[in-house]
Ligand binder design. Structure first.
Ligand SMILES: [Zn+2]
Length: 160
């Protein structure tokens, strides 16, 4: 399991991208993950929030676009989707070649976009009675690691 280090890289890139601006918090992060990547996609959002805890990205919504695996046939040039769980069954639908393919998609692991709220929006949208830091603590407290079964599962999988 290497989700932990992959997601840590993503968190680092997101925080780096927000550094120096008037960013109050990261609201949404969109990722593209190829289905050939050996990643349990369901683990990524809870791991992201876990690794980004105590940062401006702690409450970010993490959306993942799973990119299907596509191959190009070296013999006839056809591009076709394959079942990523069954590499031995891969064959060109046009000329029935069973090898000589090149990968067109399916190994992506990238950030598509980062949505942020800037410092001014945060001030305008927050009640003066509740400082933003207190509000953030309340929000992250509701999804603490103990209460998020997917995070517990992801952490267990990544540590073992
Ligand atoms: Zn072919």
């Amino acid at each position: 399991m290497h989700e932990m280090s992959l997601v840590r890289d993503i968190v680092d890139v997101v925080l780096d991208a927000c550094r120096g601006g008037d960013v109050a918090r990261v609201s949404k992060v969109r990722l593209s993950i190829g289905e050939l990547h050996d990643v349990v996609v369901e683990y990524v959002p809870p791991l992201f929030r876990y690794l980004a805890r105590d940062t401006i990205a702690a409450d970010a919504e993490v959306l993942i676009n799973v990119v299907p695996a596509r191959l190009a046939c070296g013999a006839c040039g056809a591009v076709f989707r394959v079942d990523h769980r069954d590499p031995r069954g891969w064959a060109c639908p046009d000329c029935h070649a069973r090898d000589g393919f090149s990968l067109r998609s399916g190994m992506e692991f990238m950030i598509e976009s980062i949505e942020v709220e800037d410092a001014e929006d945060e001030t305008a949208g927050t009640s003066p009675c509740v400082p933003p830091s207190a509000a953030a603590r309340t929000a992250s407290g509701m999804t603490s690691s103990a209460e998020d079964p997917m995070l517990s599962e992801a952490l267990a999988a990544c540590v073992s």
